[in-house]
Write a protein that binds this ligand. Structure first.
Ligand code: B12
Ligand code: SF4
Ligand code: SF4
Length: 345
């Protein structure tokens, strides 16, 4: 009976556009809570105080829904249609990570997960709760327990079918469904992701130091960035895909069929000089519906200035100098760094 029901749920999830579906028991695994406490005790969360404030709940799915018995773990393929690193060699352009080139995945997956949850509640009279990314849920270990992939040495979840390009979401339910088998680790001797990292943010296999990660620095970190890290960031202006892009399991993946994740043409290799010119209103207009709106104009222009500083192209010096007196100290500081670096180039 439970297997029949699981098949019906799986089919419904596929119909709604999910690409991977698994079932995990809604109980805490002490290993996850311990790994999280260790992570926090080392201060690795940096500016992400929300990880600290929610740690008691994050380690245990029941803390979010005491009556939950099963977590339906869901994956959505956002595999790129083009080489994700193609803009990395274009010095006057920026590289936006694949996940942020289309529409905000939170909005897209929330809608689909809610539809799945509502259908389940209506057809089976159960309780449900839906989560995507921002709730205090340890999504990757749950997805691994639900069998849709394993946490690779870059710490993200890798799928044998979709490589490193899966977004995660969950529907918690009071239905008691048999858990799937956890996916074993298939990294083997491979170490490509760690070698590819531009800032050495993966000091050991399966460990990340977010404070060095370009994704953290460009999206989460609110202040100035240390000069040695800025110099290593290249032209990555929002997020980073280097460790994901080199994963050999990507060869089994395929481009996403979800049009909402397809890149907006202007974000595939945007011109740094145009982005540096954005004011608040221009930023909000350009990035409405995009995850990029999250950083606000100042942090984003800081990132663009770092890329300008790293471009080695003196034609961009004027764009940096124009921002030396910007009212935002963050922007003015990055403009000073970029101008100095280009003048020396
Ligand atoms: C905080 C966060 C970040 C932080 C920290 C990253 C991190 N690895 O934790 C920053 C800002 C850096 C980040 C970056 C990115 N993120 Co993020 N992020 C999250 C978030 C909100 C929480 C993750 C978390 O709990 N971290 C805390 C630590 C403790 O967890 P951990 O690193 O997984 O630690 C585990 C392992 O290290 C292991 N471990 C620890 N010690 C040891 C020792 C040994 C020996 C072993 C074997 C294991 C082990 O156990 C820990 C617990 O399981 C999740 C969403 C969610 N709610 O889960 C999304 C999430 C992980 N991010 C996601 C994405 C897409 C990204 C980026 C690719 C975005 C981009 N292109 O820029 C990058 C990838 C960077 C990277 N290599 O991880 C996706 C990943 C999807 C997937 N397939 O896994 C998620 C799941 C969001 C989603 N719903 O889709 N992210
Ligand atoms: S996202 Fe980029 S900076 Fe962060 S760990 Fe991966 S390769 Fe390193
Ligand atoms: S690049 Fe290699 S080590 Fe890293 S996650 Fe992929 S298979 Fe694992």
């Amino acid at each position: 009976m439970t297997d029949d029901l699981k098949k019906i749920i799986r089919d419904q999830a596929y119909e709604l556009g999910f690409d991977a579906v698994g079932f995990a028991a809604a109980h805490a695994d002490p290993k996850d809570a311990q790994a999280l406490s260790k992570f926090l005790s080392l201060g690795l969360q940096g500016d992400m105080a929300w990880l600290n404030n929610t740690d008691a709940r994050r380690g245990d799915p029941k803390a979010l829904m005491p009556k939950a018995k099963t977590v339906i773990v869901l994956g959505a393929n956002y595999g790129p249609h083009e080489d994700p690193m193609q803009a990395a060699v274009l010095s006057t352009r920026g590289t936006v990570s694949v996940y942020a080139r289309g529409r905000d995945y939170h909005d897209v997956l929330k809608k689909k997960s809610k539809r799945l949850g509502r259908w389940l509640a209506d057809t089976h009279g159960c309780g449900i709760k839906v989560f995507v990314d921002t709730a205090p849920v340890m999504e990757k270990p749950l997805a691994q327990r639900g069998g849709i992939g394993w946490q690779g040495k870059h710490t993200n979840m890798v799928s044998r079918t979709f490589g490193s390009w899966l977004f995660l979401a969950e529907v918690f339910t009071t239905l008691d469904l048999s858990p799937d088998n956890p996916e074993p680790d298939h990294c083997g001797k491979c170490d490509r992701c760690r070698k590819a990292c531009p800032t050495e943010a993966l000091p050991e296999p399966y460990r990340i130091d977010p404070r060095r990660c370009v994704s953290y620095l460009t999206i989460e970190h609110k202040g100035e960035i240390a000069p040695d890290l800025m110099a290593r960031m290249g032209n990555r202006i929002y997020g980073c895909d280097d460790c994901l892009a080199v994963c050999p399991w990507n060869k089994f993946g395929r481009p996403s069929e979800e049009q909402a994740f397809w890149p907006r043409p202007e974000l595939t290799a945007p011109r740094l000089s145009e982005l540096a010119d954005l004011d608040d209103a221009g930023f909000r207009e350009l990035f409405s519906g995009s995850p990029i709106k999250r950083t606000g104009r100042n942090r984003f222009v800081r990132n663009v200035l770092i890329a300008i500083g790293n471009s080695g192209d003196k034609a961009l010096l004027a764009a940096a100098q124009k921002l030396l007196d910007d009212p935002s100290p963050l922007v003015a500081g990055a403009a000073k760094w970029a101008s100095g670096r280009l003048s020396d180039a």
